[in-house]
Design a protein around this ligand. Structure first.
Ligand SMILES: [Zn+2]
Length: 113
């Protein structure tokens, strides 16, 4: 389950931000997850709760913002919404779509105390 290491990465980011901006408690974390990032949202929530135990984010609420995937269809020569990495183009049905968005995960915002 790679969500565990991803969750650890998120905690690391939070701790770095806490040092830089001198806050000591995080109450809510908004995490943006691309639809094509390969992250299981339920697993992510579970792992987050595990890794933040005894940290400044213990008990923090995790809000997931799912961002849609998108790709460039070579056949249509335009950007199209994409549901999976090797998915077909919803316009022409061909599989010549290059992923252009929705593969990232990032911390969008922190609510701190
Ligand atoms: Zn197409």
């Amino acid at each position: 389950m790679h969500e565990m290491s991803l969750a650890e990465g998120v905690l690391q980011l939070i701790e770095d931000a806490a040092q830089a901006q001198s806050f000591s408690r995080v109450t809510t974390v908004w995490l943006e997850i691309g639809q094509l990032a390969g992250v299981e949202i339920e697993a992510m929530k579970f792992c987050f709760d595990v890794v933040v135990k005894d940290s400044l984010a213990e008990g923090a609420k995790l809000e997931i913002i799912a961002t849609p995937g998108s790709g460039w269809c070579m056949h249509c020569a335009q950007t199209v919404p994409l549901a999976e990495v090797f998915g077909e183009c919803p316009r022409c049905g061909q599989y010549q779509v290059q992923v252009t968005g929705g593969t990232e995960m990032r911390v969008k915002e922190l609510e701190v105390a």
